[in-house]
Every structure is written in C-alpha cells, then in structure tokens.
Design a protein around this ligand. Structure first.
Ligand code: MN
Length: 484
C-alpha cells in the first residue's frame, strides 16, 4: 500500500488481555485447575452447574487481581461484585458466564513502556475485572460430532482492558509483552501462551488522521502470541483502509486469526452488549477489599521490573541493554542480584549469565532459578579469571562443564585437577619463551626490524607449548623485555 494512503489514517487499537490466575482451584469451586489432565476430570458439581449448588469466591483470585491492579497503577475498588453474562454456548454449562460488569475490582491505571529506540508511550487502562473461563469445544477429534472438555470451565481469569490508545502493531506487541512480564513477575499468572494462560482480543479501528471520532471497530479474538497479535493488527489495518478507500462500509464484527496465512476471517457480527442481560449474581456476595487486606497485599509486592531496571542502571552501572535483559525474567534478575552482592565485577557477571550460563540453561532445559551452578560458584570462577589464574575459554569450557557434573565442587580445586591453572612462575615462563624464540630466529630478526605484529605469533606458540597454561599477559611482558 502506498505510503501517502497509509498516512491519511490513524490506527486505534485497544486490547483485552485475559490472564489465567495462578490459583490451585477454580474461581468458585474447589475443583483443581492443573493443566493437561484427562478431559473432564477437573470438574465438580459447581463446574457442571448441577441444580442447587452454591459457588464460593476464591480468596486467592481476589488477592492476585489486586496485586496486578497495584502493579498497573489502577484504583483498587473497595467494593465490587459479580454479574451473570448470559449467552448460550455448549462449553458453558450454566448458560451464563460469571464476570464483573458494572463494578470491576480495579479501574483506571496506566503502564509506561519504553520502545527500543528509547522513546516512550503510555497505555491507559480502562479496567481490570475477574471472571471465569469457559470450557473447550473440540471439533477435530471425532469426524461426526464435537467433544466438550469442561476442565477449563470456571477457571479464574483477570481481564485487563485498555483504552483504544495504541496506534501501531509494534506498540501493541510491546504492551502485550509488558503484561506478560508483569503477571509472571508477580506470580499472578504463569502466562504460558501455548497453554492459553494468556490470550488477547484486539479491538481495531481506523479513522482519518484529522478526525477525532473513532471508526467502526472489528475485534480479533483469542490471539495467543505476540507475533500473531502484530500480524493480525497489520492485516486488519490494511484491510480496513482498503475498504474505506473503496468507499465500502466497515462492519462491526468479531474475527479470528489464521496463523497459517497471517490473515483474519469473519466469525460473527458483533451482538450489542445489552444482549447479554447482565445482572448481579444473587448467589455471590459482593467483594470488599478492606484497608487491612490492601495493606498486606501492598507489603507483599516485589520490586517491579521497571523500578529494578532503573536501579540496575544506577547502582550497578548496567547498560540499558543489559538491564532490559536482566529484568526480562525475575529469576534472571534475582540470580544477578545475588551474584552482585558477592562480587563487584557486575559486567563479568552479566557476560557470564548472557553467554555460557544461558547457553547451558538452553542445553539442559533449566532456568536461572533451577540452574545447579550457584551464584557463589560463578563468582569463584570470575575471580579465577580476573586474577589470570585461568583463561576465559578454559573457564567457560572445561571448567564450567566439570562444575555442572559436580556443582558443589571447590572451583579452584577443580581447575587444578583439570590442569587449567595458568602458570605464572617467571622461571617456567622464561623457559618456554626462550624455547620458542630459539626455534624461530628468522621471525625474531623480522620482529627486531619492526614487524611488531609477530608478537602475537610468539604468544600463540608459547600457548601451544604450554598446553594453554602460560599466562598470556606475563608471557607478553617477558617477550617484550627479551626482544626490545
Ligand atoms: Mn472476558
């Protein structure tokens, strides 16, 4: 599409992100929520909506929602209540979904996000409410009928709703990632997108750039990857602009995203909101957040990624890039902070974490909270390298491998056993230096005539002769003394 056409329009995107709350049981019953169980084994009378059952609110779900609200600068509402949202769906046994409609638990809020180029934007939140998930209809197992799995029915969710304040697919992706990061960080949700713990609906519209009225929106449902979200928004933006340019109407509708073709397709024309006939659920008492409860949740809040990032830059001299990497995962940041409390070579710690340790984590399928090399062992390695007792390639290769075999070993002893400790004894080094220089009289002569670059060759030869154990800094110094 021509740039001049694109520039005529402004894109407006609002996101509704559903995050499955990290509770052990469902929002209104004691049924387990473990993922991956056999179909219809995580159900009880309440999940099945048998007559006469009474739901009970899961306290943990309330606390997790408040945590998320605090992290996103929302107003925590002291009073909220649940409503029934009526619609028929085969995987919704009650015939209605329990959600918060008129009075959600959190209102307002904002999240500031830094783009890769250093510029910032703010996402205004409209609200955050608690609701239950539906079950799953499975259409591709049996040829002639559909199956229903109610394991997920009644699982606790929070829905985080933004204003239509996002104006590019890229920004939408950054915001989705920020939410993923925060819910994981707080332990509010495992945010596992493949298992559907984090899903996003995007409300997308376009308007002429000089207009202040929002255009008709389309809603793309259930996007479970940051990349898919960006692609769905881009596809819709082009589609809507094309329709407008051809003077065709934009129909308010719900669409799905097809990851195979990176396109969206129409699911249904959007019902008006009042079709749901919301009313307060008479079986559930209202939710009161007392001052005491709010205070105890506030006190349990960890330092948030953005605050920690600032501190990493100020207190630990981290670069923007390094700090961003560290706060990407809470475990990573915690590992760094522990190591940094033991030894001030912060840059070496980060380099080791980003390089050899991360590589090992990938190989062994572990993360920085389950890695067997403790921060204090990493520091022992760094100290050996810093004092030239061992070179980096031996440390990150043989020594690290051996330490993974035996994580509690004394690092210095291990390096000695593996004969990795560099020799810095002047007499031994001098011997090696003399040997090499005697073997290469023509190169020595060339060096003396000004080919100073040959020093690298001499150091390399001495390294070979010593099987890598000659301290290269001392060797270089000795060579210079002898040759000049
Ligand atoms: Mn919802």
């Amino acid at each position: 599409m021509d740039d001049s056409v694109l520039h005529k329009y402004t894109l407006d995107v609002g996101l509704e992100i559903h995050a499955q709350l990290a509770t052990c049981s469902k929002l209104f019953s004691a049924a387990s929520v473990a993922f991956g169980s056999s179909p219809n084994t995580q159900v009880d009378e309440i999940t099945l909506a048998l007559p006469g059952v009474l739901p009970k609110i899961n306290q943990k779900a309330i606390e997790l929602a408040v945590k998320m609200g605090l992290a996103c600068n929302c107003k925590i509402e002291p009073f909220s209540f649940f409503a029934r949202k009526h619609y028929f769906y085969p995987d919704l046994p009650k015939g209605y979904q329990v959600t918060q409609h008129t009075q959600p638990i959190c209102t307002g809020g904002k999240i500031d996000i830094i783009r890769k180029d250093g510029t910032t934007f703010t996402v205004q939140l409209n609200r955050m409410h608690i609701e239950e998930d539906a079950g799953k209809s499975i259409h591709d197992v049996e040829a002639n009928f559909s199956c229903i799995d109610l394991n997920r029915a009644g699982t606790a969710l929070i829905e985080i709703v933004t204003e239509p304040c996002i104006h590019s697919a890229e920004d939408a992706g950054l915001y989705y990632n920020e939410i993923r990061k925060i819910v994981k960080w707080l332990g509010v949700s495992d945010a596992n997108m493949e298992e559907g713990s984090l899903r996003c609906d995007a409300n997308i519209s376009i308007r002429l750039a000089n207009s202040t009225t929002l255009g008709n929106k389309v809603e793309v449902k259930n996007i479970n990857s940051i990349n898919f979200l960006k692609k769905a928004i881009e596809f819709e933006m082009f589609r809507l602009i094309e329709l407008t340019e051809k003077n065709q109407p934009i129909i308010q509708e719900t669409r799905g995203y097809d990851a195979q073709t990176n396109t969206t397709y129409s699911l249904r024309e959007k019902e008006a909101a009042n079709d749901y006939r919301y009313f307060p659920d008479p079986d559930l008492p209202p939710v009161y957040i007392t001052a005491d409860l709010l205070l105890s949740i506030q006190q349990s809040m960890p330092e948030l990624p953005q605050a920690l990032k600032k501190r990493l830059i100020q207190e630990f001299n981290c670069t923007e890039y390094d700090a961003n990497w560290l706060v990407e995962e809470k475990e990573q940041a915690a590992y760094f902070l522990e190591a940094a409390s033991l030894h001030p070579n912060f840059k070496a710690i980060i380099n080791w974490m980003m390089g050899p340790l991360k590589q090992k984590c990938n190989e062994l399928n572990c993360s920085f909270d389950t890695i067997t090399i403790q921060p204090k062992k990493l520091i022992e390695i760094i100290q050996l390298v810093d004092s030239n007792m061992i070179n980096f390639s031996a440390a990150s290769g043989k020594l690290l491998n051996a330490l993974f075999e035996n994580p509690s070993a004394n690092v210095h002893q291990l390096a000695t056993q593996l004969e990795l400790i560099q020799v810095s004894d002047e007499h031994v080094l001098e011997d090696w230096v003399n040997q090499v220089l005697q073997q290469m009289p023509d190169k020595v002569a060339a060096y003396k005539k000004g080919k100073k670059g040959l020093i690298g060759l001499f150091v390399g030869e001495i390294k070979k002769l010593s099987k890598g154990k000659a301290d290269p800094i001392k060797v270089t110094k000795l060579l210079e003394e002898k040759l000049n």
